[in-house]
Ligand binder design. Structure first.
Ligand SMILES: [Fe+2]
Ligand SMILES: [Fe+2]
Length: 155
């Protein structure tokens, strides 16, 4: 994927197509970082219950699917994925987690913030860009199941 890794500049106004593209690109890259974080967690945290490892491998695939939806939409609105730099901060912060529980709590927190943001974008874009709104709404909906994993395994 031709992302440009570097120092991510400030996003442009949401009312512009470039600004919408900035958000689609950033969130697509966050989904990609989550994809690799889940895959690596499944290998690295040998203290995780077998069922949770299985769930993480499934979630990893779901995050890659979310990324693909966002990149498709980014292209459809005529924005280039490599036009603006993105950074790996999210991925690096996941890599610092020391245990299965630590990782599960940390990533579910990030997913919850992502879910709230996606829900908000879905609302804001409803009339102006229903197609993008639909993508964000579906992602927000699906994140709920990922976030629920932490309750299921560590409550
Ligand atoms: Fe996701
Ligand atoms: Fe997720």
């Amino acid at each position: 994927m031709p992302y440009q890794i570097g120092v991510a500049p400030r996003v442009r106004p949401l009312q512009t197509v470039e600004g919408l593209g900035d958000r689609l690109r950033l969130i697509a890259f966050a989904e990609r970082q989550a994809h690799f974080a889940f895959l690596e967690a499944a290998e690295r945290f040998t203290d995780a219950p077998v069922e949770l490892v299985k769930a993480w491998k499934w979630v990893a695939l779901e995050e890659a699917k979310h990324e693909s939806w966002l990149l498709k939409r980014l292209m459809e609105i005529g924005q280039d994925v490599s036009a603006v730099a993105v950074n790996l901060n999210l991925y690096h912060s996941f890599a610092e987690c020391k245990s299965a529980k630590d990782f599960a709590l940390y990533i579910s927190d990030a997913e919850e913030r992502g879910r709230v943001g996606a829900e908000r974008f879905a609302e804001v874009l409803q009339t102006r860009d229903p197609e993008t709104a639909k993508v964000f709404a579906q992602i927000a909906f699906e994140e709920r199941e990922h976030i629920a994993l932490v309750e299921k395994f560590f409550s």
